[in-house]
Every structure is written in structure tokens, then in C-alpha cells.
Write a protein of this length. Structure first.
Lengths: 290, 325, 328
């Protein structure tokens, strides 16, 4: 039943209010717990499960559970569990660092375009549109193929093709905030432009950018998985997408070698998405009153 | 008059964007390690320094950057995207051979995602506690979190290998003989799984957005007016609300064209669909640079045309975009 | 005397709140005769618009509902009607115009289509006849160059013109009742006068009864035959316009009138809005209590006012719900 709230809201600091909102969002808390678990596995897993995941340990494509190999072995007889654990580290690292690159480029372009009017804004927005015209995956495939398929290059390529979304959000926030009274007041008080951008406007523009950054980690993980599924990755490093890509020829005999790493990606990205949605609700003051 | 001017402006802008893609293409080719001479030398089985230099002079690779750039743009303007040493075919020919398959897959998936997404969104906005809401929520989670190639493989395992309803790979069956209709049916049969896979990503986006847009529109004053006129729920929803809820969905769909092409690359790889994505992958693995850059150029062209079409659709839906007559 | 066109009996409308159900309309009874203009007056939040929406059967779903009472239109109880029956009346026999002309028209259809649509729906007209009639109606609401403006979109019109279009839509089917909910609040002063003139003339020409919801006392004096003063969901005072304005029998009415200088002295084009009576309307949650809800803002209030709901006292045609009515 829809109801009108007639109880006055208690005054609290925005931070604790946001935290309280997030804590009450069960889906977001579950997402956070799952995500932390995966991060811990990725961090300490390789220590608990030492050895090269690329070593052949048993008969290729033996099903899960056989001989104590929880998730079976892949087409080269490598331990799937070991591959998954080492892959987690790669997938998460690339995801987080690519999202970082994305956000840095996006904030810089978006902030400058949203703060300055005139030709700066015009030029930067045209640049953004230009990058949106190139299909991201294809573009990054070209970069990786021309400049080498190392993990840093993959990270850079993902960041280089994904930033327009962040730039658009940042610009919209900047354009909104730049007109508010306290900015005008600071400007009238002689505050310099770069101080206005970084210490006056940016902190207030952060909430939607934080949400976008969280979701970007998920997108970047998917992106890396796509590239390595296609074989455009460092062949000497295991990642979830790469496990799927290398075992796809054998789906008739051993579908688990493809489905299990997919589940790992799915759960990780879903957890990130739940956390992102929770952050969105918690940081959005309009929703807080509901 | 007005519409012609707007269209002209858009076309000029599109031309500028395409030129920018060419400049980017050429710069990447120019600054990447290795050049055409290396490729040709490799295909000849190695060459000495003198031959290499000869090849470089022959292909103008010794010229300054800008001279080479303008020569490249000039060649593209005359529909010459270069020559694929890997396929021994002009790049344009290769692309035109593969483009229809990709367009068929991408456009069908996009249309399906928009139509089903909007229907789901409208239905779930009308019935806030109905079953459609769960579908939208589940689709939204799945569509965002599941890697598209994995979704494709799952469908392939389920509906092609375990239950053999659909073909495993390709776009048509060479053994199928018959007229146009029979062949079209065969292609449609091959299309089902790839199209479902590709649209799964976008279905989530569109259903979520159209639900939100419908909920907002249904609370607006002109919907109250429509109800006060004594119109039926159907008319209120489908005539008065839907047309106002569509613009954000159309805008988003327009922005997704480049993502659809990206998704198509992965889906084509899973289902061995003979399109541009497959061509791109083979060319990349073969280091066939002219073909790769040609594909990048054409996919940008497809996205730009898609954006123009989106603009036109928006003008049809929303008179405010048309401006004052 | 003939049966009134619309008769509301002991209407109670409840709003769902977190703290429970609150009556936004509490025991409201009134009558509207054919062809007359009845005005609802009161501050925002007093339940004027809720009553209008209840008559139209358009109370916000799942939030507001009719708890008890009857709304008799032509002898039939609208509170008991199903949606199909209500839809046949809405826009046809009872129609409504709203406060916000800028947002009340659908932005993606021409105004002609939005007028023609009601005619097709209720009068069974075909496309061509309905379109031709739409042009006539635009002409009747005094939109210049109706023939070309009929294909204009709302965003190409001014606020006043949009409200005229709303009036054309409302009067298209020659309804028996027109409910005008603050029809001029969002408009410029000069345009306000024009819209009131239009409403009055059209009402007179077609014999349509008008329920005018407003807080513009000048408009009430000029337009209405009878008026209902509402306070916190209850009827405070009720009667023909001139005795109520000349000699209010409720302190709230008195306060409202004293807020408008020279109300009766001279009616000018400029109608100042009601300035508020000191104090605020009580919280929704206290709406149901057995007391005079105005007591907290009233100089005359005593213990009785605070503990017992006052009954209606009649002074001829004028009725007042106040314990002290005879002292005013």
C-alpha cells in the first residue's frame, strides 16, 4: 500500500544517513559480502593454493569432484580450481585498474567540459562523441592487436574506450553545480578556477560519479573477459574469460570448464551491480525521503 | 526547409566524425610497431633491408606523416580501403561480403530488445505488483552481469546440443535447397539463438528504462487530463502515456548502437556467424592491419547512420524536437 | 422545487497515512442545481481538490478512497459506480479543468486531436466531424485564427491559450457540470480576468453548472451564486454569496474576507490573492477529532470549541458550523 509519510525525518549527517540507507538495503549488503569474499579469495587464495595453475595435474577434461579436483580439469589437464583462483586475481586487478583509468579520464574531460563554457566545452564534447561512435570492443581489439596484448595494455585499452559515460555524468553534474549559489559566492570571493573545480565543485559532484565508478568495475571485468575469451590477452596469464575461451571447443565433452568460470564472472559482476545500486539509492538524497 | 537544413547540418557533422575516425585509424597504423612493409616481407617469407626499403618507397611509406595521411583519406574517399595481404582481396570487397550478416544480426537483436523491453516496461509500470516486475528485475540483473558470450554458450549447450532445436553454428545450411522463402526460413532458424543472446544485454536496459519512464509519465498532469476525459485505461496507457515515455528509450537505443556492434563481435564468435566481427578477429590474429582498420571505419559508419536514424525517429515522436513550424 | 443536479451526502474521504487513515473530507454534504455556479473556497490542503477528484472518480489510487457517503448525480450514486460507468460520465456529463495549463495538455499531440478525441469517444463522431467541431470550439474559447491553430502543439501556445484549449476540451460534449480547479492560479492577472469572463459567458450560454474551486475571493464574488467555505476537510460555512460575504457567520470566513481589501467596495481587474489567516492548518492526523479544528487559530475559542465538533446552524439560507455563530 502506498503511503504518505507524515513523520518528520530526523536530522543526521549525510554520511551516516547514506550508510544507514545502504545498511537497510539487504540486496546491497549481500552483494557487498559476496564481493568481499571474492576479493579475499583472490588475495589469499594463491597463497593457500600455491603452484603454477598452468601445470598439468590430471587427465584432461575430467569432471568436477574426480580425484579431489573440485571443479575438474581443463582441456590440458590443469586444475580448474587453481585456474579460477589465480584468474580471480587477474580479473579483479584488471577490472579495478581499468575502472580507475576510465574514471580519471572521464572526470578530467567531464569536469573541464562542465566548468568552462565556449570552445573548451565544445571541443571536449565533440571528442566524447567521437569516442562514442567507435564500437568499444572493436576499438580495444584494434589497440591491443596493434600495441601488444599485455595486461597493462589491455587495462589501458579498456580505460581508453570506456570513459565517455563517466565524462557525460561528470559534465552534467558540473553544469548543475556550477550555477548554485555557493559556487557563485566562492567565485565572487576570488577563488581560483582550479580550486573551484577540485575543492568546491568536485566533492559535491562525486556521489553519481562514485556509483558510476562502482558499476565501471563490473563493466571492465566483463570487458576483460570478452577480450580474453576472444584470445586477445596475455596467453601466459589465466583469467576467467581466458579459461572460457580456451575450453570452448570442448563444450560437448566438458561443459563445466566453460560454465563454471562464467558463473564466477556472473556472481562477481552481479555483486558489484547490487553494491552499485545500493550506493545509488544511499547517495541519492531524493530517494532518501521515501 | 527547416528539416532540410537540420539534416544537412547533421550530415556535415557526420562527415567530420568519419574523417576523424580516418585520422585516428591512420595514426594508429602509423605509430604502431611494424608496418605494411613488414607484413609484405613476412608474407614473402622474409626480405633483406634493400627490398624492404624498396617496398617502403613503392607504398609511399618514406613520405612525411601528413602526406601519407592525405593520400590515405583520398584513397578512402574513392572507396579504396586498401588491400588485404592475408585474404588477397581488396578490403572493401571483404567488408561488403560480411557486412549484411552483421547488420541482420545487430538490427534484429536491437529491434527485438526495444520492442520486448518497452512492452515489459509498460506492463510492469501498469501493474506494479505484477509478475512482469520480477521479470524486469531478473532480466536487469542477468543482462548486466552475465558475459554475453557465456549466455550464448549456455543457450548453445541447452538448445542446440542437449535439446537439438537450433543449429550449432553458421548462418545457413548449404544443403538446404529451395526458393527465397525456404532460404529465408533457414536463415531465420539459424538466427534465433544469436539474436536472443545479443538482445539479452539490451532487453534489460530498455525494460528498466521504459518502466521508469512510464511510471513518471503516468503520474503527470496530462495523464490526469486524459483520465478526466473518460478515456479507457488502454487509450490512456497506449496513446497518451506510451508516446511520451518513448523518447528516453529511443535516445538510449541510439546510444547503444556501438555497444550492439561490440556485442555482435562476441556473439558472432560463439555462433560462428559469418559477419564483420568474425572477420575482425581473424584479421587481428593474422595482423592484417588494412582489414582491421577498414572494419573499424565501417562500424563507425554504421553507428553514425544509426544515430541519424535515431534523430529522425525522435522527430517523428516528439513535436518539441521539431521546433516551431 | 426540482431535484438538484448533484447532491453530495455525508461524504467522507480517507487518505492512507503511515499513522493510519485520516479523513481529508469529513461529513461533507452539499447540493448543486442545474445552471448555477457554486464556489469552493479555502486554503490549500483544506480538501477542495479532493472533493473535485472524488466527484470525477479520480482519487489517487491506493492513497485516497471514499470511506462513506453518497455522490448523487441525476439520482445515481457515483461512489458506487464501476470504472466503465464513471468513464461514460467523465469528460461527457461532468468535466474538469485543472490548475496547471502548462502541463495539463499532452505535449505530443496537436490541440485539435486532444479536443477531437473526447468528441469521438463520447459523441461517436467520425474523425472529420470531430476535427471540424474542434475548430468551432477553439473559436468559441476565443482563440484567434482557430483554423490554423488547431494543428498547433501545446508548446507552441501560451499558458492562457492552453487553458482555453482545456476549457474547449471540457465543454466539447456540453457537460451538465464543469469543475474548474483553480483555473487561473498559474496565469497572469490580465489573462485571469479573461479566463473568468470566458467561463462565465460559456457557462451562461450552455446552461452548464460550474463548481469553481478557488482562493480568489474577488472571483467568487463576481462569478458564483453560492459558496462553500471549507476548513481542514470540513464545511465551515455555506450559503448564497452575498449574505456570506456581507455578514460571515464563521470566524474563518471573516478572516478570509478581511484579507482582501475593498472586496465589496469595487471589483477591479486586479484581484489580490488571499493572504493567510494567522496560524496554520492542523496536521492531517488530527483531522478526525471531535472538536472545532479552527479553534487553535480562533480568538473566540473556548473549552467547548476544543472538545466538541460544532453542528451547523442555519441563518436563513446561510449555514455556519461554529459554536459562536450567533455572536459574530
Amino acid at each position: 500500500m502506498t503511503q504518505i509519510d507524515d513523520t518528520p525525518a530526523k536530522a543526521r549527517s549525510p554520511f551516516s544517513e547514506a550508510f544507514e540507507m545502504f545498511r537497510r538495503n539487504h540486496a546491497a549488503v549481500i552483494g557487498l559480502v559476496i564481493l568481499l569474499t571474492i576479493i579475499i579469495i583472490a588475495l589469499i587464495g594463491p597463497m593457500l593454493y600455491p603452484g603454477d595453475p598452468f601445470d598439468m595435474v590430471w587427465v584432461p577434461l575430467s569432471p568436477p569432484g574426480e580425484e579431489g579436483y573440485l571443479f575438474g580439469t581443463d582441456y590440458l589437464g590443469r586444475d580448474m580450481l587453481s585456474l579460477l583462483i589465480h584468474g580471480a586475481k587477474v580479473s579483479l586487478t584488471v577490472g579495478v585498474s581499468a575502472a580507475f583509468v576510465t574514471v580519471i579520464i572521464g572526470i578530467t574531460v567531464g569536469a573541464l567540459a562542465g566548468f568552462y563554457r565556449g570552445w573548451v566545452e565544445e571541443a571536449l564534447m565533440r571528442l566524447t562523441e567521437f569516442f562514442q561512435v567507435l564500437p568499444t570492443l572493436l576499438f580495444s581489439m584494434v589497440i591491443v592487436s596493434l600495441f601488444g596484448a599485455s595486461l597493462p595494455m589491455i587495462t589501458l585499452a579498456i580505460g581508453l574506450v570506456s570513459w565517455p559515460a563517466v565524462a557525460r555524468i561528470t559534465r552534467a553534474e558540473f553544469m548543475r553545480i556550477r550555477e548554485l549559489e555557493y559556487v557563485t559566492a566562492a567565485r565572487a570571493g576570488g577563488v581560483k578556477n582550479n580550486k573551484l573545480i577540485f575543492s568546491v565543485i568536485l566533492p559535491n559532484a562525486l556521489p553519481p560519479i562514485i556509483v558510476q565508478a562502482a558499476l565501471m568495475v563490473g563493466s571492465a571485468i566483463l570487458f576483460e573477459a570478452g577480450l580474453s575469451f576472444l584470445g586477445l590477452t596475455d596467453p601466459n596469464v589465466a583469467s576467467w574469460g581466458q579459461i572460457i575461451g580456451s575450453n570452448r571447443e570442448y563444450i560437448l565433452d566438458a561443459s563445466f570448464a566453460v560454465t563454471v568460470p562464467g558463473v564466477a564472472i556472473f556472481i562477481t559482476v552481479m555483486a558489484i551491480s547490487l553494491v552499485g545500486d545500493g550506493l545509488n539509492d544511499a547517495l541519492n538524497p531524493k530517494l532518501r525521503q521515501r | 526547409m527547416h528539416i532540410v537544413m537540420t539534416l544537412l547540418k547533421r550530415l556535415i557533422y557526420a562527415a567530420i566524425l568519419l574523417t576523424a575516425v580516418l585520422v585516428l585509424n591512420f595514426s594508429m597504423m602509423h605509430f604502431a610497431p611494424g608496418d605494411v612493409a613488414d607484413t609484405i616481407a613476412a608474407s614473402m617469407g622474409g626480405a633483406d633491408a634493400e627490398t624492404m626499403a624498396q617496398i617502403r618507397v613503392e607504398y609511399g611509406l618514406d613520405q612525411p606523416f601528413f602526406v601519407q595521411l592525405f593520400a590515405y583519406i583520398g584513397r578512402v574517399l574513392s572507396f579504396d580501403l586498401g588491400y588485404s595481404y592475408f585474404y588477397n582481396t581488396p578490403v572493401t570487397e571483404l567488408i561488403f561480403e560480411r557486412l549484411p550478416a552483421t547488420l541482420l544480426l545487430a538490427i534484429t537483436a536491437q529491434v527485438l530488445a526495444v520492442v520486448v523491453g518497452v512492452l515489459l516496461g509498460v506492463f510492469s509500470a501498469r501493474h506494479p505488483n505484477g509478475i512482469a516486475n520480477y521479470f524486469v528485475t531478473i532480466f536487469a540483473l542477468f543482462g548486466y552481469a552475465a558475459p554475453v558470450f557465456w549466455t550464448g554458450i549456455l543457450l548453445l549447450i541447452g538448445f542446440s546440443l542437449k535439446i537439438p532445436l537450433f543449429p550449432v553454428a553458421g548462418m545457413s545450411d548449404v544443403t538446404v535447397q529451395g526458393g527465397f522463402f525456404v532460404k529465408a526460413l533457414d536463415i531465420a532458424h539459424h538466427m534465433v539463438l544469436p539474436v536472443l543472446t545479443l538482445s539479452s544485454i539490451f532487453l534489460a536496459l530498455y525494460s528498466r528504462l521504459s518502466r521508469a519512464a512510464m511510471l513518471e509519465v503516468l503520474g503527470s498532469d496530462y495523464i490526469r487530463t486524459a483520465k478526466a476525459k473518460g478515456l479507457s485505461n488502454r487509450e490512456v496507457t497506449l496513446k497518451h502515456a506510451l508516446k511520451n515515455a518513448l523518447p528516453p528509450v529511443v535516445t538510449l537505443a541510439g546510444l547503444q548502437f556501438s555497444a550492439v556492434i561490440s556485442g555482435a563481435v562476441l556473439v558472432e564468435s560463439v555462433f560462428s556467424w559469418p559477419g564483420l566481427g568474425q572477420l575482425a578477429l581473424t584479421s587481428i590474429l593474422a595482423r592484417d592491419t588494412p582489414t582491421i582498420l577498414g572494419i573499424l571505419f565501417f562500424s563507425a559508419l554504421v553507428v553514425i547512420i544509426g544515430n541519424l536514424v535515431t534523430d529522425l525517429v525522435m522527430r517523428l515522436i516528439d513535436p518539441r524536437v521539431r521546433g516551431h513550424a | 422545487m426540482t431535484e438538484p443536479l448533484l447532491k453530495i451526502e455525508n461524504l467522507r474521504i480517507e487518505l492512507a497515512l503511515r499513522s493510519g487513515q485520516a479523513p481529508v473530507i469529513d461529513d461533507l454534504s452539499l447540493e448543486l442545481n442545474a445552471g448555477e455556479t457554486l464556489s469552493f473556497v479555502g486554503e490549500s490542503g483544506c480538501g477542495k481538490s479532493m472533493t473535485a477528484l472524488a466527484i470525477m472518480g479520480l482519487l489517487p489510487e491506493k492513497v485516497g478512497s471514499i470511506a462513506s457517503g453518497r455522490i448523487l448525480f441525476d439520482g445515481r450514486d457515483m461512489a458506487q459506480m464501476n470504472d466503465t460507468e464513471l468513464r461514460a460520465i467523465r469528460g461527457n456529463e461532468i468535466s474538469m479543468i485543472f490548475q496547471e495549463p502548462m502541463t495539463s495538455l499532452n505535449p505530443v499531440y496537436t490541440v485539435g486531436e486532444q479536443i477531437a478525441e473526447v468528441l469521438r469517444r463520447h459523441k461517436g463522431m467520425n474523425k472529420r466531424d470531430a476535427w471540424a467541431r474542434a475548430i468551432e470550439l477553439l473559436d468559441a474559447v476565443r482563440i484567434p485564427n482557430a483554423k490554423s491553430r488547431v494543428s498547433a502543439y501545446p508548446h507552441q501556445m501560451s499558458g492562457g491559450q492552453r487553458q482555453r484549449v482545456m476549457i474547449a476540451i471540457a465543454l466539447a460534449c456540453e457537460p451538465k457540470i464543469l469543475i474548474a480547479d483553480e483555473p487561473t492560479t498559474a496565469l497572469d492577472v490580465t489573462v485571469q480576468a479573461q479566463i473568468f469572463d470566458l467561463l462565465r459567458d460559456l457557462g451562461r450560454d450552455t446552461g452548464t453548472a460550474v463548481i469553481l474551486i478557488t482562493h480568489d475571493m474577488g472571483a467568487v464574488a463576481e462569478m458564483a451564486d453560492r459558496m462553500v467555505v471549507m476548513y481542514a476537510g470540513r464545511k465551515a460555512e455555506y450559503g448564497p454569496v452575498s449574505p456570506v460575504i456581507n455578514h460571515p457567520r464563521h470566524p474563518y470566513t471573516k478572516g478570509l474576507i478581511s484579507c482582501v481589501p475593498h472586496l465589496l467596495a469595487e471589483l477591479t481587474e486586479e484581484r489580490p490573492d488571499l493572504t493567510e489567516v494567522p496560524g496554520i492548518v492542523p496536521a492531517l492526523a488530527s483531522f478526525g477529532t471531535d472538536a472545532c479544528l479552527f479553534a487553535s487559530r480562533c480568538d473566540l475559542a473556548d473549552d467547548k470549541c476544543r472538545s466538541q465538533r460544532p453542528p451547523e446552524v442555519a441563518f436563513g439560507d446561510q449555514h455556519s458550523a461554529c459554536w459562536k455563530a450567533d455572536q459574530i
